[in-house]
Design a protein around this ligand. Structure first.
Ligand SMILES: [Zn+2]
Length: 124
C-alpha cells in the first residue's frame, strides 16, 4: 500500500491523538474509547442493558441473583402484613449495603456465596 504525503500526515495526527488521550478498552466489546471518569464501557455498550452484555462480572451476577431473592423475601414478608415494615426495610437496607460491599471486595464467586450463605437471614 502506497500512502500519499497528506495521508501520512493524517495518520501521524491520528496517532498523536491516540497517544495523548488515555484510551480505555471497553469491557464488553473490547473496542478502545475515550473514557469519561470511571466509564468502563464504550458509548455503544453503555446503552446495552446489563443483562445483554457479553462479559459480565460473575460476582456482580451472583450479587444480583441474591439481591433479587432477598428482595422478594422482603416483599413476601410485607405482603403478609404481620411485620413492622420500616424495621424490615431497614434490615434489608443494611444487608444490601454489606452485600454490595462484598460484591466489590470478594475475589471469587465462591467467596461471595460463602458470605451470602452465612448472612442470608437478615430479617431475624
Ligand atoms: Zn463496547
Amino acid at each position: 500500500m502506497i500512502l500519499e504525503i497528506k495521508e501520512l500526515k493524517y495518520l501521524e495526527e491520528q496517532i498523536n491523538l491516540i497517544v495523548e488521550i488515555k484510551l480505555k478498552k471497553c469491557k464488553n466489546c473490547g473496542r478502545y474509547f475515550i473514557p469519561h471518569n470511571k466509564q468502563m464501557y464504550c458509548d455503544t455498550c453503555k446503552t446495552i442493558p446489563y443483562d445483554m452484555r457479553k462479559n459480565k462480572n460473575p460476582i456482580y451476577e451472583a450479587y444480583r441473583k441474591t439481591y433479587k431473592t432477598q428482595y422478594n423475601k422482603l416483599k413476601r414478608y410485607i405482603d403478609k402484613g404481620i411485620v413492622d415494615k420500616e424495621e424490615l426495610r431497614e434490615r434489608f437496607k443494611k444487608w444490601n449495603e454489606i452485600a454490595k460491599n462484598q460484591k466489590n471486595t470478594c475475589k471469587t464467586v465462591e467467596e461471595y456465596n460463602k458470605w451470602y450463605k452465612a448472612n442470608l437471614k437478615w430479617e431475624k
